[in-house]
Design a protein around this ligand. Sequence first.
Ligand SMILES: Nc1ncnc2c1ncn2[C@@H]1O[C@H](COP(=O)(O)OP(=O)(O)OP(=O)(O)O)[C@@H](O)[C@H]1O
Ligand SMILES: [Mg+2]
Length: 343
Amino acid sequence: MSSKVFAIDFGTSMLKIYKKNEGVIFDEKNVVALCDGAVNAIGNEAFEMYGRTPDNFEVTFPVKFGVVADFANMLALLNSAFSNLADKHGKTNGAEFVVAVPSDISEVECRAFYDLLWSSSAKPKKDKVRAVHKPVANAIGAGLEVMTANGIMVVDIGAETTEIAVMALGGIVNCKKVDIGGNRLDENIINSVKKRYNLIIGSKTAELIKKELSCALPPKEAKTLRVFGRDVMTGLPTEAEIDSAFVYESIEEPLRSIVDAVKMILEKTPPEIASDILDTGVYLTGGSANIKDLDKLFAQETELDIHVCENSANTVVMGLGKIIENAKYSDLKMTLDKMANGG
Ligand SMILES: Nc1ncnc2c1ncn2[C@@H]1O[C@H](COP(=O)(O)OP(=O)(O)OP(=O)(O)O)[C@@H](O)[C@H]1O
Ligand SMILES: [Mg+2]
């Protein structure tokens, strides 16, 4: 493999790009802002505009539930990112690419990831775009040994998806992607604030409330945050003080659904591997794994050891990085043909 190799995690919330031997070179909101149809800003700059734009602007997240929902805008965003990165990190022309794809997507959804790179300004050769199953990259990024016969369980709780996977020998034994993640928690907070305080808040405020106050178990100490929004009745700007117990009640149900999905996968895990998991525990990754006491909730419900991985939002892209830098993982990278044949 040449040294010009880029690995990409197309997240619902974040776009992360790793360059071989350099590390993560892009880690920003997966957002594009268009003005009269042309790209005006991407990434965090575009996200700043979210909810504040005039009519001729459109600010969109082109990935939904872990798959490419808006091909044209994702391509525009990617090309713009490549062009912005060129000065500092070199051009992408003729480079090789490795992308992480969710484990249980359809063939059409999977093809879209390859098509994106093939259609991009980098114009890679067909066989220079390869994909890796996201849970495998995730486990490697979490520092786990995936190539041995020992079974491991990793739960990636992102923005719109939670991907639960049991793996051994570099492959997936059992997996499930549920469409619940941090965004669902934000939506629940928006709805609860509206009901309780007659206050309409935006998704950025909801995310801030979640990051500051959320807790997966009834909070032991009360924390509060003053937030601003619009009164439902008068339509005028107003404020309210939100507390951690209220936030806990708002997000309890989706967190339970995630725990239930994990329990379901555990029940379907072959006994030999289940005993490995009993030994090693369950690894939580993804940005939403940072919710306070989430490990305690999982431990309480599964009676297993729970580990929240360090830098949990970046384990997939860091795993991709290890895969492109280490020959022992070369069999994990699949061309579209191989991926379509079940890997
Ligand atoms: N400290 C925190 N506390 C709670 N949630 C957080 C924290 N930091 C980030 N998040 C949430 O993590 C999510 C983003 O995580 P991540 O980067 O893993 O998502 P993604 O990979 O873009 O999404 P997906 O995997 O669903 O496609 C967002 O919902 C964000 O609000
Ligand atoms: Mg993700």
